[in-house]
Design a protein around this ligand. Sequence first.
Ligand SMILES: [Zn+2]
Length: 143
Amino acid sequence: MSEVQPKSILSEEAAMKLRAASLRPTRQRIAIAERLLDGRARHVSAEQLRDELVAYGQPMALATIYNCLHQFEEAGLLRPVHHAGDAVLYDTNLGDHHHFVDVETGELIDIDPGEILMPELPELPDGFEAESIELTVRLRRKS
Ligand SMILES: [Zn+2]
């Protein structure tokens, strides 16, 4: 599992990013922005985030964390990914990319789109266009 990272951007920087996304910089949003909007590519669940916030003395109710993550998503600051069973992971990498997923742990690893030769798409259903193409390579440890 990923280790807990100390925050690496300042509260003022976090507040600025929130304002730029038209989100009022509340104490909770700032605490989350400090962890997730520092430019590192990460995939975190609400539960992981809760544990990190506790570890850094900023405990927050899970419901509040879910609300904030949803607001960040609506504001285009995070992107949800749904590979890991039921848990939604939030991706801080907003660029087009693909993922390796460890089927045992649910951990995601980014794959640069340049590393994959895209297949030709089948004909799309009537009335639809492709919004994006995302490839998931499911990994399991060799036995
Ligand atoms: Zn990713």
